[in-house]
Write a protein that binds this ligand. Structure first.
Ligand code: HEC
Ligand code: HEC
Length: 413
């Protein structure tokens, strides 16, 4: 059920070889005059179509990667441009067996990542919702997943670093658990292979839910008799297990999707959906400010690991991805976060060190914290105050409603 990425998306251009992959990607090849004029001709042909600027870039670059050797490539790419434009304009549905999830405008079903051994079902999602909001998953019954991934805060945490049971402080900022359907590796350093693999970690983290073992959680949930029928509907058997809890929660998380922002309506052809400041910000984001080199694709992330200097000005920086791979070039590299709904999820960065979007833009503008492992894309941007404000206006225009996030009315007894 793992679908290959769509031809125009670059979510495969990340991972640990992000810099190399990027060198091959379309974002490095916008300067070829003949390709650009060809793209311009296409832009005219499909003037009514959305996102023509970006698609035309992709088209030009796809041709250039091909070396222009194959004439067939042209025709195929023209067809792909049309298909891409049509799909971006209407909302899609993600389907797996009999399960269907309506996606908001802007998200593409073929970017979905679901493990073959955990196909989503409505019954698993319903059970997962209960578990996600249930504080009985923590040792002392005070902390639910939703305590740190708060629906009222875009499923992120307003605290700089989260507080778990007994007020214990973690060391990282809680990311938004939204649009996770579109990624395999989870956590700031990607150490969880998928959503299923992620679930047990907060359960036994002493600074989060504080259980001695996952079995202790399973035993506690087993004692809640009201859960039996929910497990029976989801798994054909009323007994909770660690694997079933993980599958149910992961299935629920995959239904938390957000799109249909002013940006998406703008892309779909409504030129008034974004304010002029945000439109200028979009051009900066893709152009002068270079943000789209990493924040790319439908969810504005390459899902790769990059060092943008956060925390490297401190004596003992979080090694991030470097500690997971043991590769020193990944030192203090973190997963590029999605920027959808980012206006709702302050503070920012893996350590929550930047309080506002203006702070983030200012941080990039001054060239971040230079260090030996800094990603080559990061350099001083020399933006004017007006340009910085435009970029913030664009980031705000990525805000859309989160679907399927309503807390359950009651928990099983
Ligand atoms: C005490 C606060 C806290 C609790 C409780 C908590 N989380 Fe988290 N969550 C975090 C923090 C902090 C991170 C980032 C940790 C890291 O990257 O090392 C995180 C990361 C995640 C991610 C990764 C998202 C991404 O973009 O990579 C997922 C998914 C997630 N949590 C789901 C859950 C689930 C499911 C539960 C309940 C079983 C839960 N969390 C409980 C604080 C919490
Ligand atoms: C080299 C790749 C790269 C480029 C270029 C880049 N970013 Fe980022 N961005 C990242 C990474 C990686 C993080 C997480 C860093 C961390 O926490 O240590 C991040 C974090 C962010 C965050 C915080 C999101 C959150 O949920 O905490 C925002 C906002 C953001 N970037 C916006 C931008 C803007 C605006 C630009 C252009 C000026 C930009 N980025 C350029 C990779 C990049």
């Amino acid at each position: 059920m793992r679908s290959p990425p769509a031809p125009f998306r670059q979510r495969d251009a990340g991972r640990d070889d992000a810099p190399q992959a990027r060198a091959l990607s379309t974002r490095t090849c916008t300067d070829d005059a003949s390709d650009v004029s060809l793209a311009a001709a296409l832009a005219v042909a499909f003037a009514a179509c959305c996102e023509i600027g970006a698609r035309a870039d992709d088209f030009a670059c796809a041709r250039r990667r091909d070396g222009g050797k194959h004439r067939g490539v042209r025709i195929r790419n023209v067809a792909l441009v049309v298909v891409a434009c049509v799909t971006a304009a209407r909302a899609e549905t993600f389907r797996a067996g009999s399960f269907a999830l309506a996606l908001p405008r802007g998200l593409a079903a073929d970017g979905a990542v679901v493990p073959a051994d955990d196909p989503p079902t409505a019954a698993k999602v319903a059970l997962g919702r209960l578990l996600f909001f249930d504080p009985r998953l923590s040792r002392d019954g005070t902390i639910a997943c939703a305590s740190c991934h708060r629906p009222s805060h875009g499923f992120a945490d307003p605290a700089r670093v989260s507080r778990g049971i007994g007020g214990a402080r973690g060391r990282r900022n809680a990311p938004a658990v939204v649009n996770r359907l579109f990624a395999d590796a989870q956590l700031w350093d990607g150490r969880a292979a998928d959503l299923e693999d992620q679930v047990a970690r907060p359960l036994v983290d002493p600074a989060e839910m504080g259980n001695p073992t996952v079995d202790a959680v399973v035993a506690r949930i087993r004692r809640v008799r009201g859960y039996g029928p929910w497990f029976a509907r989801a798994f054909g058997d009323p007994a909770p297990s660690a694997g079933r809890i993980a599958q149910a929660i992961a299935s629920f998380e995959r239904t938390l999707v957000a799109g249909d922002s002013p940006f998406d309506r703008f892309q779909a052809g409504d030129r008034r959906a974004m304010r002029p400041a945000a439109v200028r910000g979009l051009a900066l984001f893709r152009g002068k400010a270079g943000c789209a080199r990493c924040h790319t694709g439908a969810t504005f992330t390459d899902e790769g690991y990059n060092n943008v200097g956060v925390g490297t000005d401190r004596p003992d920086p979080d090694p991030g991805r470097g500690a997971v791979t043991g590769v020193s070039i990944r030192h203090a590299a973190f997963k590029t976060p999605s920027l959808r709904n980012v206006a709702a999820t302050a503070p920012y960065m893996h350590d929550g060190s930047l309080a506002t979007l203006a702070d983030v833009v200012g941080y990039y503008d001054r060239g971040a914290n230079p260090n030996a492992w800094l990603s080559p894309e990061i350099r001083p941007l020399h933006l004017t105050a007006a340009e910085r404000a435009d970029l913030v206006a664009f980031l705000r225009a990525l805000t859309g409603p989160i679907r399927n996030g309503t807390p359950p009315r009651a928990l099983p007894r």
